[in-house]
Design a protein. Sequence first.
Length: 298
Amino acid sequence: MNRTVLVTGSAGLIGRQVVKDLLENGFYVYSCYNAEKPEFGVAMHLDITKKDEVTNIMHTTKPDVVIHLAAMTNVDLCEDQKDTATLINTKSTEFLALEAIKQNSFFIYMSTDYVFDGKKGMRKETDIPYPLNFYGKTKLDGENILKKLTIPHAIIRTSTPFGIHPKKTSFPSWVKESLESNRQIPVLVDQFTSPTFVPNLSKMMIEIAKKQITGTIHLAGATRISRYEFAKKIAESLGLDKTLLKPTKIKEINWKARRPEDSSLDVSKANETLDNKPEPIEHGLEIFIKQIRNIDDL
């Protein structure tokens, strides 16, 4: 197995965990970043929107595997800044993939449950995507670029990733901090996802990198759940006041971009293909809460 991996978005919620786990698995990791320097791996500044920079860094590092996680993920901002979103999420994927072909790199692309319209949930890899918002469109366009190119690749779709990060707040952290501050928060009763514990996602991704499994695969949590029920589980696990959770409907939220009502993902293929399986929400949440309590105790 070749051991050199280049990771974009290496300081993010998913990237930080992936780089850490790759290093523990004996890989040599180039951690590419734009704004925030990563803690782990060999840090290399890269603006993925600049073709020359992408060419230079790929030629210098000659990675066996590229894990492309960097993206513009603020859904409303993508709706506002369509040109920037296209450049970051779609065009940059093409820049990286074309260079990966030259270096014979295996390419892993992080996509999203938002490629689906959410009219029904538990979507399979074979279901036809139909994004409701521009963010979903740019990520789907990135998928389609890879499918057109002659490059060995895996397209990974995930949903509502959560985990511990020193600078980034995921959904459970937001719920915890809000309830601890005695603040009432609106939580959606009619939006369903497959919340994904980032360490579980990372293990599955690294297995794909090691085995060079190609094609589209849904790597998400094994539980379909509403945001409200998820928030209730978080509150109950931490012994916090769940009456502060205000049941809210999507139509009551003033979003610029439309959101899918049910973007849960069917993970049967991952269960059949991988040794590391998608985990039920209770498992990830239990570990997450232990980790967050350890941080609070420091």
